[in-house]
Ligand binder design. Structure first.
Ligand SMILES: *Cc1c(COP(=O)(O)O)cnc(C)c1O
Length: 359
């Protein structure tokens, strides 16, 4: 069986170092907001090329804290792509703001910058750009729009650790960015984890307090905050894994390139290749999606769909996100994600190509 993602195999590569550093945390007797978190935030900020990073308990909270720190209130509108993972939209709703969905570009799967202006109203306060599947959104165009309308710009970088845009890394392309270290992400820990990055000192200090009950000093509360901190065990694991993120991403690009150069089947639409892309997810598109998935399964190849139901059709939103997103619907009904990971063998990649070319 060619697995979509083998997390055990991914983490086994660091077995010795992880064992040692978890023991170090255990022995230290200090489990939250300690040395590991401090070190990781410093290393991750440096990696992203930003001044500050704050360790958060998960990616959803990282986005939520970014929005909270910007001080938006009930009824403020935030623009977000209509085909994103639901967490980007939940972060907006959970802050009491209104998500305003904009369709993606069918070739990049990222928000179609040309469709943003039509959705701006007097209540629009920010754009939440998502770097979906590991490719940065069209940030140049999006920041021009944000500047023109005096909007804040937020990145959802949960799928794009290490991705580049004009020489700058994801996490350094907006006012503030949210990352997730969920185990399956390009940089993943052994449970939930996340981070916020920013170059703005005021936002940095506010987020540091907000993720710690709104307190910057023990038992003094400046804000109505959350309890959402990256713990020392996860930070220790991330400090180890961050060192190989670039080589892991390089290997993902090698797989992506192989798929793109060797899949030759006119029923299948491939993504573009880019050295700036970190291929968190490698998606193909076909009108025969369900048949292709079944065929691959019969040939012992596991695939997934990112994502089967568009956000505006999710029961929890009860139609409130609007009802006409034809590009999203087309993507959701035709997309399929092929196996890709730093531990997928090239022989396995060759096998996937061979089977797809016979489909
Ligand atoms: C994973 C993910 C999130 C949420 O991160 P969690 O750590 O799972 O809360 C947010 N946005 C996108 C695009 C994601 O892929």
């Amino acid at each position: 069986m060619i697995r979509f993602l083998d997390l055990h195999k991914i983490n086994e590569r660091y077995r010795k170092e992880i064992d040692e550093s978890i023991k170090e945390v255990l022995d230290s007797g200090w489990y939250l907001l300690g040395k590991q978190n401090e070190e990781f935030c410093k290393n991750f900020a440096e990696y992203c090329g930003v001044k500050y990073a704050v360790g958060i308990a998960n990616g959803l909270d990282a986005l939520k804290l970014a929005i909270m720190a910007l001080g938006f209130k009930q009824g403020d509108e935030i623009i977000v792509p209509s085909n994103t993972y639901i967490a980007s939209i939940l972060a907006i709703s959970e802050c009491g703001c209104t998500p305003v969905l904009v369709e993606p570009d069918i070739n990049t799967y990222n928000i179609d910058a040309d469709k943003i202006e039509a959705k701006i109203t007097k209540n629009t306060k920010a754009i939440l750009a998502v770097h979906l599947y590991g490719q940065t959104a069209n940030m140049q165009k999006i920041s021009q729009i944000a500047d023109k309308y005096n909007l804040k710009l937020i990145e959802d970088a949960a799928q794009a650790h290490g991705a580049y845009h004009n020489g700058k890394r994801a996490g350094n392309l907006a006012d503030v960015a949210g990352f997730s270290f969920y185990p399956g992400k390009n940089l993943g820990c052994l449970g939930d984890g996340g981070a916020v990055t920013t170059n703005n000192e005021e936002l940095y200090n506010k987020i540091k307090a907000l993720r710690n009950y709104g307190s910057h000093k023990k038992y003094e509360n400046l804000y109505i905050g959350l309890n959402s901190r990256l713990d020392e065990v996860q930070a220790a694991v991330l400090n180890i894994k961050l060192k190989t993120l670039d080589t892991d991403n390089e290997y993902r690009r090698k797989i992506a390139k192989y798929y793109i150069e060797n899949i030759k089947n006119e029923k299948i639409i491939l993504p573009n290749y880019s050295n700036d892309h970190v291929y968190h997810i490698f998606t193909v598109r076909t009108e025969k999606r369900d048949e292709l998935q079944q065929y691959l399964k019969e040939n012992n190849i596991e695939t997934l769909i990112h994502y089967p139901i568009p956000p505006h059709k999710q029961v929890c939103y009860n139609g409130k996100l609007g009802d006409s997103y034809p590009v999203s619907e087309k993507i959701h009904s035709t997309i399929l994600s092929l196996p890709i990971s730093p531990v997928l063998e090239m022989e396995e990649v060759e096998k996937v190509v061979e089977v797809i070319n016979r489909f």
